[in-house]
Design a protein around this ligand. Structure first.
Ligand SMILES: *Cc1c(COP(=O)(O)O)cnc(C)c1O
Length: 341
């Protein structure tokens, strides 16, 4: 298999059109067989449900080459079940979880030439998504849906080395109590755009959102969960019904406990105690962990002892262990690595 002639190490995080994508349509109450297609464009009626009422959800995952040359995907079963949760919450038909994994497998196989080589730091980012496709003008769920998986090669997240982030405690809310914060819906991102553009204007990398009801507890950023390390080496992550259950964060908790023998705690984390932590990181598929160096809470600066130049020592160990598991350098727990070929 001839790989595409791409400078893998210098790719950014942008859309690069690949050769194939997966498409399946839901009509008359059933999903069709689904297929791989070369057509990157979607033609929709002007009144399609997704365009009027934002009935759409997505997933994000990566395919990559391991040290011994296999192409793999990390825990796609969890993406499949999370997407099913998102669909149910948005009154969309569930794309069967088994079929989701088959579709991922098919689309990665078809785009094998686009899967970056081991050691390049680049990966093939996969974006499964679905949306209401037939005309809807009265407010109700669509009757027809399309499920797709597109893929695009993305570069190493920490190009030119890790740089700890500076966060702002946001004055905006991300998710309402009993709202949609716990599903991967495009609507959560649409309404976060103003907050992130504002934060960037003010010189911050990301927003830290607090719980909307009391504004006292840490939730997450626009697209990553928090992970903290206490001064005595305990790993703590916020527990909340309104944060998105990050697969990276859930995996890191297993790594902390089972591989590093650390104590882990999933509990409510108050903004007032954040200053007492030794390390802070953001977890998500894209970067695995991005270290946080500083959080500004309305003029009060919280500076973590790990500083503004590198990852804290526990964060680094977690990062190295999970990426080692993903890349096949460290033995993975049963079922974590889905081998495509
Ligand atoms: C996707 C996402 C994450 C990260 O989840 P992973 O499964 O680790 O990629 C965190 N927060 C939000 C809001 C997200 O949409």
């Amino acid at each position: 298999m001839e790989k595409k002639n791409i400078d893998w190490g210098n790719l950014g995080f942008g859309y690069v059109q690949t050769d194939y994508r997966y498409v399946s349509n839901f009509k008359n109450g059933a999903w069709d067989d689904g297929e791989i297609t070369t057509d990157a464009n979607i033609v929709l009626n002007e009144c399609a449900g997704v365009l009027q009422y934002a009935q759409t959800a997505f997933e994000g995952m990566k395919a990559y080459t391991t040290e011994d040359g296999h192409i793999v995907v990390f825990r796609p079963d969890l993406n499949a079940s999370r997407m099913a949760d998102s669909a149910r919450r948005l009154e969309m038909p569930v794309f069967p979880e088994e079929k989701f994994i088959e579709a991922v497998t098919e689309v990665v196989k078809a785009n094998e030439a686009w899967v970056p080589p081991y050691g390049s730091g680049a990966t093939l980012y996969l974006r499964p998504y679905m949306f209401g496709s037939n005309p809807v003008i009265g407010v109700k769920p669509a009757d027809e849906y399309q499920f797709r998986i597109l893929c695009t090669p993305v570069g190493p997240y920490f190009k030119g080395g890790v740089k700890p982030l500076t966060l702002k405690v946001s004055d905006f809310d991300r998710a309402a109590p009993c709202g949609t914060g716990n599903i991967k819906a495009g609507l959560n991102y649409a309404m976060s755009l103003h907050a992130i553009v504002t934060a960037h204007h003010e010189g911050y990398d990301e927003n830290m959102y607090l719980d909307s009801k009391t504004r006292t507890k840490v939730e997450e950023t626009g697209g990553a969960n928090f992970l903290f390390v206490t001064k005595d080496g305990k790993v703590v992550t916020p527990k909340s019904d309104t944060i998105l259950p990050s697969i990276t964060r859930r995996s890191l908790l297993v790594v902390a406990k089972e591989y590093l023998g650390l104590e882990v705690e999933e509990r409510e984390v108050y903004i007032d105690e954040v200053k007492d932590f030794a390390e802070c990181g953001l977890c998500g598929t894209a970067a695995v962990i991005s270290p946080v160096g500083k959080i500004v809470n309305h003029g009060e600066e919280i500076c973590f002892p790990s500083g503004m130049t590198e990852m804290g020592p526990v964060t680094k160990k977690l990062y190295d262990t999970l990426t080692g598991i993903q890349m096949g350098r460290i033995e993975a727990p049963e079922g974590w690595i889905h081998v495509i070929k």
